[in-house]
Design a protein around this ligand. Structure first.
Ligand code: TXE
Length: 500
């Protein structure tokens, strides 16, 4: 693979200024596909974090943003969306080089990110409270919906710009200010987006971005007494730590965590469509996807034939250089992540599952690439059926009845999403009701719309993102009770002698 790649150097955005870390420390990112340095970023410490939080606090408590007319906030959000769209090619290149994902896929994600900013801009003008005219002639009740305040956002590396765009524009739309900590291996597009936000007229301090380690600045951000809410996407383990840290001031917490999502294929389904979606669902983004369709549950009567076709199709998936527009599966993000995948593959072998395809590292001159992998004969109790592998590994199980399928689907601690493939309406609706997960796709997989809530049941998360549900997430409600006319005294008897 010969790609001319140059390293880009970035700074952090704190209070409207582009700055290095206070102690000058930096860190680098090496492209996981090419083994070449692609970015240098400030390694922020607690001093930098405190400055960022103080700036966001000031911008919220004293700044113009929370009370700016929605129409003006909307214009700024739309300008950011326009810039993201205009620079989609370059942003996609940054994202592909840092994360290892195919550049063509990265470009689609950048455009989807712009769409999220555009959608969120409409909420600037559609965030409102309520009134109660039913409380008696002496009382008028108002419910004010107010921004929650300073929001800390911690994001992962698998969809860098897309995931921050699931949070930030919605928080900004309702008048919050933010401190963002992107994943240490993929901060580039978040910093570029912050530059676009500044250019679009976002006031200083409303958005602050600090780059560095989760342990060094992520935990202190979650614990910070001046932060009102934390919105986190990442692993379930770190999600638990975020909750623990957030207890310091009982801040509001919203979490998007892992998944072990089943695709359930019934014998009556459009099997060609299901086949395509099963292969796409598990290998998309190298399987490094919270919504990855990492479990296939296939009805026994069609199992042998369908599984054989999945294996045949998976063999043809183009794995390779993320910068090649034909590539569908790029590099695994880190050696650590690769180690986790291989360890789980070994556990699958050891627990007696049948390895039908792949299972190992590909032999390449540079980078870290994993063979598309399929295990059949998987039991729901095996680790590869229960744990999030976050790699291109499919665990195949079979079922007899819809009730069996629902039981197996619900047999993990996760509950993020599921795919149901059937032409029967009763089966489709019955399964949609029976599966405990935040998203059910019927005869499709991995679609997303900003209008529809996104989030997890069980250990897949807490709260929902998107749409009007984001407004709920990033706002507080305040009851204002307005008394009209003379008020009844607490202790003075009324003229009628009523001393209630
Ligand atoms: O995630 P982490 P990692 C899962 C997936 C993957 C595993 C590990 O199974 O194999 O997590 O990936 C920040 N306090 N998902 O280690 O650590 C970190 O800097 C506060 C699923 O990369 O959860 C980064 O910004 N913050 C997931 C963010 O948390 C901390 C996406 C996510 O990193 C922290 C990613 C701490 N103590 C991984 N430690 C999904 N739901 O899509 C780290 N961070």
């Amino acid at each position: 693979m010969t790609v001319a790649i140059t390293a880009r150097t970035y700074q952090n955005l704190i209070d409207g200024e582009w700055v290095d870390a206070a102690d000058g420390a930096t860190f680098e990112r090496v492209s996981p596909a090419h083994d070449v340095v692609v970015g240098r970023y400030p390694s922020a410490g607690v001093v930098d974090l405190d400055r960022a939080v103080a700036a966001a606090r000031r911008a919220f408590d004293e700044g113009t943003w929370p009370m700016m007319p929605g129409v003006e906030r909307a214009r700024i959000l739309n300008r950011i969306a326009e810039r993201i769209r205009a620079e989609a090619d370059d942003l996609a290149a940054v994202e592909a080089l840092e994360s290892g994902k195919p550049v063509s896929q990265a470009r689609d994600e950048i455009l989807s990110s712009a769409d999220l900013w555009e959608y969120a801009s409409t909420l600037c003008r559609h965030t409102y409270g309520d009134t109660y005219n039913t409380l008696g002639s002496a009382m008028f009740g108002m419910v004010l919906r107010e921004p929650v305040g300073v929001v800390g956002m911690i994001t992962p590396w698998n969809f860098p710009l897309l995931i921050i765009s699931q949070k930030l524009p919605f928080a900004l739309a309702v008048g919050c200010t933010a401190v963002v900590k992107p994943a240490e291996i993929t901060p580039g597009t978040t910093l570029r987006m912050a530059q676009m936000a500044q250019d679009a007229g976002l006031p200083a301090g409303v958005l602050n971005v600090v780059t560095g380690s989760g342990r060094v600045i992520g935990t202190p951000l979650a614990a910070h007494p001046d932060v009102d809410m934390i919105s986190f996407t990442g692993s379930t383990d770190v999600g638990r730590r975020v909750i623990e840290a957030s207890k310091s001031n009982l801040k509001k917490v919203e979490l998007e965590l892992g998944g072990k999502n089943p695709q359930i294929v019934f014998a009556d389904a459009d099997l060609e469509a299901a086949l395509d979606a099963v292969v796409y669902g598990v290998y998309f983004n190298m399987g490094e996807c919270c919504n990855s369709g990492s479990r296939l549950l296939v009805q026994e009567s069609i199992a042998d034939e369908f599984i054989a076709k999945v294996v045949e199709r998976a063999r043809t998936v183009p794995v390779g250089d993320p910068m090649d527009p034909r590539t569908k599966v790029g590099a695994i993000a880190t050696d650590e992540q690769f180690g986790k995948i291989l360890e789980l593959v070994d556990s699958g072998r050891a627990e007696g599952a049948d390895l039908l395809l792949g299972g190992g590292r590909m032999d390449t001159d540079a980078g870290r690439f994993m063979e598309p992998t399929i295990f059949a004969g998987v039991e729901p109790t095996m680790r590869i059926a229960r744990e999030e592998i976050f790699g291109p590994v499919l665990s195949v199980m079979t079922f007899k009845t819809a009730a069996d399928a629902a039981r197996i689907a619900n047999s993990t601690t996760f509950g993020l999403s599921a795919g149901v493939w059937t032409k029967d309406l009763d089966t489709a609706i019955g399964m949609s009701r029976a599966i405990r997960a935040g998203t059910i796709w019927v005869n499709t997989f991995l679609e997303g719309y900003p209008e529809l809530p996104f989030g997890g049941y069980k250990e897949s998360g807490l709260g929902r993102e998107f749409g009007r549900f984001s407004i709920d997430a990033f706002t507080e409600l305040k009851s204002v009770q307005m008394h009209l006319g003379p008020r009844t005294s607490w202790w003075m008897p009324r003229s009628g002698g009523d001393a209630r």
